[in-house]
Design a protein around this ligand. Structure first.
Ligand code: B12
Ligand code: SF4
Length: 333
């Protein structure tokens, strides 16, 4: 057997966060999915430019030391320029497979291929990246590992755009059942980050996600492009297992739900609150929501408070009524 392959995740830097530095949930779930399956074949690493404010040159210096065979770059819209610059520089110094994913890749996958990436993966990345890596491992190690959808790669629920070597092009489909992998934070040093739940910024929090997707399509928002409009929920017990595991491992008791609308599904929320009480798990939490959804569920607020919900994050889109009424928010009060 050949030596293990090296795969490095990269988060390019971006401005405007001042000292706020959250860990990357997307990388933690991709790593969680991949390490379970491929630890015998791959050594994983992560260059996160955010905590150390690394510029593109410094990222390349680190990559030149690591010399990975596969580089996975995560890209939100505010990281597009940096990513293109990084890809150009990688091409000059390393012979490696470059895979891009993340919100902006879902919007403009071809942009990254046209600028030198080998693959752009859209939507949730776990299964598509897993299948792609299986194909790469099979080719390089001369193996015949099965794909997640073993009958047909086109059944892959995401889309990989591709150029020459592997001659692959997948269909663009959303997976209506896959609710995501649990994050595995071992890929990063949690001490470098300062996620919090806004009450006391010195107390560290971890992100958690119980659902994926949002049924709305507000004009300014790209959620549906990444997750689709069908909302998928994890079992509340599974979410609490994750939180309990993290409390024990990291001694972190504050949790920041990254779901687009945690309170959307009333039945799920009631079940979740019941399970918190039943298991008597003591953690503080906040979530994202919409004012009219909070209002609709106002009878649950006291119960949420008893379960240590400390607040909500709400977006203020505009002060202009006309604009507000025309941004497709589908508010039903
Ligand atoms: C938490 C959050 C924040 C936090 C922290 C963000 C962070 N950790 O970096 C804060 C509050 C700082 C924030 C700020 C902003 N945010 Co914000 N945020 C989110 C939120 C709610 C969760 C992000 C998350 O972790 N998701 C969960 C993980 C699992 O998803 P993921 O990272 O996207 O990864 C998955 C896929 O994208 C893919 N993937 C990702 N990377 C890669 C890489 C490879 C190689 C592959 C194969 C796949 C892949 O696979 C992953 C697993 O399935 C999202 C909405 C959402 N629900 O996703 C918005 C979101 C990311 N934010 C958004 C925006 C617009 C902003 C702001 C610009 C808002 C503003 N106007 O100020 C600011 C930016 C700050 C800045 N400096 O400019 C947009 C981004 C849109 C875009 N096109 O990039 C989103 C999607 C909201 C939306 N629906 O529009 N945000
Ligand atoms: S409700 Fe929130 S997540 Fe859903 S489309 Fe509107 S802004 Fe995006």
């Amino acid at each position: 057997m050949k030596n293990k392959l090296k795969l490095t995740f990269v988060r390019p830097n971006f401005e405007g966060m001042s000292e706020y530095c959250p860990p990357h949930m997307g990388i933690a779930v991709l790593y969680g999915y991949l390490v379970n399956k491929y630890k015998d074949f791959i050594d994983f690493s992560f260059i996160d430019a955010l905590p150390n404010k690394l510029n593109e040159e410094q990222i390349i210096e680190k990559l030149n030391i690591l010399r990975p065979e596969i580089i996975c770059i995560t890209v939100k819209t505010f990281q597009v320029e940096q990513t293109i610059c990084i890809i150009e520089k990688i091409k000059k110094s390393l012979n490696t497979i470059i895979i891009c994913g993340g919100n902006h890749v879902s919007i403009e996958p071809d942009l990254f291929i046209n600028n030198g990436a080998d693959f752009s993966i859209i939507g949730s990345g776990e299964i598509a990246l897993g299948n792609l890596i299986t194909i790469i491992i099979n080719k390089l190690f001369n193996l015949n590992l099965k794909l997640y959808f073993s009958n047909n790669i086109l059944a892959n629920k995401n889309s990989c755009y591709y150029n020459d070597v592997y001659n692959l092009k997948f269909e663009k489909k959303f997976d209506s059942n896959f609710v995501g992998e649990k994050p595995n934070w071992d890929i990063m040093d949690i001490d470098l980050y300062n996620e919090n739940i806004h009450i006391n910024k010195d107390i560290k929090a971890l992100p958690v996600m119980a659902s994926r997707g949002c049924p709305y399509k507000c004009d300014f928002c790209s959620s549906f492009i990444t997750w689709g409009t069908y909302v998928k929920y994890r079992d509340p017990e599974d979410v609490l297992d994750e939180i309990e595991y993290n409390i024990n491992k990291y001694k972190i008791r504050d949790y920041h739900f990254y779901d687009d609308n945690l309170m959307l599904n009333r039945k799920w929320l009631i079940n979740f609150l019941d399970k918190i009480k039943e298991r008597n798990i003591n953690f503080n939490w906040i979530c994202l929501s919409r004012p009219e959804i909070i209002y609709k569920n106002r009878d649950l607020l006291l119960d949420m408070k008893k379960c240590n919900c400390k607040g909500f994050e709400l977006g203020f889109e505009t002060e202009n009524d006309d604009l507000y009424n025309n941004m497709n928010k589908k508010i039903q009060s």
